[in-house]
Write a protein that binds this ligand. Structure first.
Ligand code: NAP
Length: 534
């Protein structure tokens, strides 16, 4: 097959990838995208599991480059479900004529930096070779599923589904005995959705979660009119807040000036909002000061306990050994109440881990749970997983996966020293999923990368790469901010603690979306200082 010469290749056709393609095409580059899925959508293609739903409100979980797009679109709920978001992304790809430059069902098999030509040579699963100046990864932060392998799994006579690779066709669960492994944000959505549909539901819980009640509601024409009217101001606002949402977090230290009663009022107000405001919109000390975290933890424990009828079940569902917000807070809609149903059973697999499958079901502590279907909602190799699988080799054959197997580093999550002209939207050490409304962060990064490429072109330069010193500076700053919080004290996908052997580092930058943006803007304003341009 002939080698295809392009200016740029984008990997991924989800929210970031579609926007990156749109921007680079507008810049006049010859550019293509590849995506492993049979359609666009990224996360919103793969995670077609029952109950999948966004936990950012639709008025901020959107593209900011076209008012017309919103004017023509109608959301049906404050927190739309997966099929609707997927349709939105399909609509974007059609409206902006993106499909013609996207190769679907295509994965990157390897990418090698050619020092002589100063270009990337990218091979795909279809046997194609691309020769490109810029390689842009838009593969998402939570896109490489963690697939467990239990003893006896291959002999199980029922069906096994992974939430992050869910079949597109409808599955009929009626009359079935279903087991769900995993109780993170995904497992919670599956459980609350399947509970009324199935014969019996067994929830295999290792770590309970501080899930917050989602306040979802239908969006009518009047709400849409408001959202359209707010578009321009919200677009500006979200880029300067702490979490990339519309609300600001009070200055650091503010919570310490309040009485416990006043802090509780803030928590009540945020709880009533029924959104992630309850997570990254209360006050910063919740995630940093142990006593303040304890207070918030008790507050949320009370809220959860009040929803569960059986106190012994409540004892297991209410987290007791880590503080509120130290795992990513999920939003729920009937999750805890599902355990009040006679057909829903909680199986604690913390003290007695799952031993494995039998042909009929799952085995835990010498007991067999007969099941027709098992759902793995077991999470992701976050931040680095998808990039590591691409076999990327930079200067001197340096392997990105080998580097990150030792030490997860990057420069603002945008580039990695040793990998010229590789840009990583939602790469590790940027705000991204952990602490950000994703659409805000993704678009900000795509804009910065587009400006970087534009700068190179305008100055007749060909490559950009962060210096070793700049990278070290960012990693140090990132770690300092992370260490000023409690987030490294508990194992979770946030810090690589959910994957055996993964080096520990907070994967998302917690200094705030606005602060991060200021860093990026300053670099751009100073001719990409700290980045070697050649
Ligand atoms: P997760 O939070 O990492 O949860 C994975 C779950 O699987 C955990 O309960 C984990 O237990 C369990 N698990 C893994 N291996 C296991 C094993 N061998 N035996 C028993 N349990 C096992 O993953 P997730 O739920 O997919 O969520 C990841 C992130 O995706 C979220 O935090 C959120 O950022 C995003 N998300 C967002 C939405 C939304 O927008 N609404 C929805 C879903 C996900 P341990 O904790 O004990 O390891």
């Amino acid at each position: 097959m002939a080698v295809r010469q392009l200016d740029a290749l984008i990997v991924g056709a989800g929210i970031a990838g579609l926007y990156q393609l749109h921007r680079l095409r507008k810049l006049g580059l010859s550019v293509k995208s590849v995506d492993a899925a049979p359609d666009v959508g990224g996360t919103w293609y793969w995670n077609a599991y029952p109950g999948a739903r966004v936990d950012s409100p639709a008025n901020v979980y959107q593209y900011w480059f076209s008012q017309e797009l919103l004017d023509e679109w109608k959301w049906s709920e404050r927190f739309p479900a997966q099929p609707e978001i997927r349709r939105y992304l399909q609509h974007v790809a059609t409206k902006f004529d993106l499909y013609r430059d996207i190769e679907l069902n295509t994965e990157v098999a390897s990418a090698d930096w050619q020092e002589d030509e100063q270009r990337w040579r990218v091979r795909t699963s279809k046997g194609e070779t691309f020769d490109v100046q810029f390689l842009l990864s838009c593969v998402g932060m939570l896109s490489s599923p963690k697939v467990p392998s239990f003893p006896g799994q291959e002999d199980f006579q029922g069906e096994i589904y992974q939430t992050a690779r869910w079949p597109q066709e409808e599955i009929d669960f009626s009359g079935k005995r279903v087991g769900v492994i995993g109780t993170g944000a995904t497992g919670i959505q599956v459980v609350q959705t399947l509970a009324p549909q199935v014969e019996e539901l067994f929830v295999f819980q290792r770590t309970p979660q501080y899930a917050v009640r989602m306040n979802n509601y239908p969006v009518d024409d009047a709400v849409m009119k408001d959202w359209r009217a707010q578009y321009a101001s919200l677009k500006n606002q979200v880029h300067h807040t702490f979490g990339g949402f519309e609300w600001h977090v009070p200055e650091q230290g503010w919570a310490l000036t309040l009485t416990p009663e006043q802090r509780r009022d803030v928590l009540e107000e945020c709880w009533a909002d029924g959104s992630l405001k309850m997570f990254v919109g209360t006050y910063l000390e919740v995630l940093a000061v142990p006593e303040i975290n304890d207070e918030a933890t008790e507050f949320v424990r009370e809220k959860i306990r009040a929803q569960i009828h059986d106190p012994t079940v409540a004892d297991k569902l209410v987290p007791s050994d880590y503080g509120y917000g130290l795992h990513r807070v999920p939003l729920e809609n009937g999750y805890f109440e599902a355990f009040n149903r006679d057909n829903v059973h909680l199986v604690d697999v913390k003290t007695d881990p799952i031993e494995g499958f039998s042909p009929q079901g799952l085995r835990v502590a010498d007991r067999e749970y007969p099941l027709d279907v098992v759902v793995f909602a077991t999470g992701f190799d976050a931040g680095t997983g998808s990039l590591s699988r691409m076999n990327i080799r930079g200067r001197d054959g340096k392997s990105l996966s080998e580097l990150w197997a030792q030490d997860i580093r990057s420069t603002l999550g945008l580039q990695v020293h040793g990998f010229p002209n590789l840009f990583t939207v939602a790469g590790p050490l940027a705000p991204a999923t952990g602490f950000c409304n994703m659409t805000t962060c993704l678009q900000q990064q795509v804009d910065w990368i587009t400006d970087a490429i534009s700068y190179l072109r305008a100055h007749d330069k060909h490559t950009m790469e962060p210096t070793e010193e700049r990278e070290e500076e960012w990693v140090r700053h990132h770690d300092e901010v992370a260490d000023s919080t409690l987030l490294m004290s508990v194992d979770s996908w946030y810090n690589g603690g959910n994957i055996d052997g993964k080096p520990r580092r907070l994967l998302s930058y917690i200094g705030g979306v606005g602060t991060y943006r200021d860093f990026c803007d300053e670099i751009r304003a100073n001719d990409f200082a700290g980045f070697k341009v050649a």
